[in-house]
Design a protein around this ligand. Structure first.
Ligand code: HPA
Length: 268
């Protein structure tokens, strides 16, 4: 079953058929919200609003572990995540859609692993390629099928938030090789990998990052709302195309990412 994680601007999937909600509890606490189950064109999915349905949970307060655990618990087998970002690369302006292929993690003090505590052996996961190539290809094919332009590849820098960045922080991120800046990509992607859930993200550029382009003096929070409303309609169509394509394509497609499964090892 597909899991969709919606971020800012995508707190509901009202277009689902057979929609129902279910509260799921986990050993790691409560997820951001009750899970929404439903179907698009007959394909089952589970939806989770990362910030809660009322958009009340800040990026640093999200219980990422509970979110991923709950999705796996109810039978999700791959995660399509939608994330709002700022564009660092000059050509990634407001409204651009990007399928990132790399991550740099600038967050701090978030609970970023299921493997902890005195009873768990130290466990490492391979994270060379943080996103599932299968999910990335699914997003790309769906966008192509409906004529939406998406940028293929890009490095997502994840900051702690909730404040936006300074211009100097963005210049540093630019030097590091970041193309996008967001606040929720980590530890979400790493936790999915720990659970061996193929995970990919569709990033929606809401604004140029601090100090860049029309954000050279400030980031206009008013303008973001307008951009997001328009962009999220395109995102909804891409998500629907992802699900529709899963019916057409050969069943049982396996994850092409070499590091997506069997990639954990325990260190003594
Ligand atoms: N920085 C961090 N996260 C964001 C931004 C940004 O400029 N825009 C949307 N999410």
């Amino acid at each position: 079953m597909f899991a969709i994680i919606g971020g800012s601007g995508l707190a509901n999937l009202t277009e689902l058929d057979r929609r129902r909600r279910e509260v799921v509890r986990t050993p790691y606490g409560d997820p951001s919200c009750a899970l929404t189950f439903g179907a698009i064109d007959g394909v089952d999915l589970v939806f989770l609003a990362r910030h809660g349905y009322g958009h009340t949970i800040a990026p640093h307060e999200i219980n990422y572990r509970a979110n991923l655990w709950a999705l796996r618990e109810v039978g999700a087998t791959q995660v399509l995540a939608v994330a709002t970002v700022g564009g660092i690369r000059a050509d990634l302006g407001p409204g651009a859609l990007v399928i990132p292929d790399q991550i740099i993690d600038y967050t701090s003090a978030r609970k970023g692993s299921f493997f902890e505590g005195p009873d768990d052996p130290v466990t490492h996961i391979d994270f060379t390629h943080p996103y599932s190539e299968m999910v990335r290809a699914r997003f790309a094919a769906a966008a192509r099928a409906i004529g939406e332009t998406v940028a293929l590849g890009g490095t997502y820098g994840c900051t702690q938030g909730p404040r936006l960045e300074t211009a100097a922080e963005i210049r540093r991120m630019q030097r590091d090789g970041c193309d996008l800046v967001g606040m929720t990509g980590m530890p979400e992607a790493a936790l999915a990998r720990e659970l061996e859930l193929p995970y990919g993200a569709l990033a929606v550029v809401a604004n140029h990052a601090a100090g860049i382009g029309e954000s050279s003096q400030a980031i206009s929070l008013d303008a973001i709302g307008v951009v997001m409303n328009l962009a999220m309609e395109r995102v909804r169509r891409i998500l629907a195309a992802c699900l529709r394509a899963s019916v057409d394509s050969t069943s049982g497609a396996s994850d092409a990412s070499p590091s997506a499964s069997g990639s954990k090892f325990e260190a003594s």
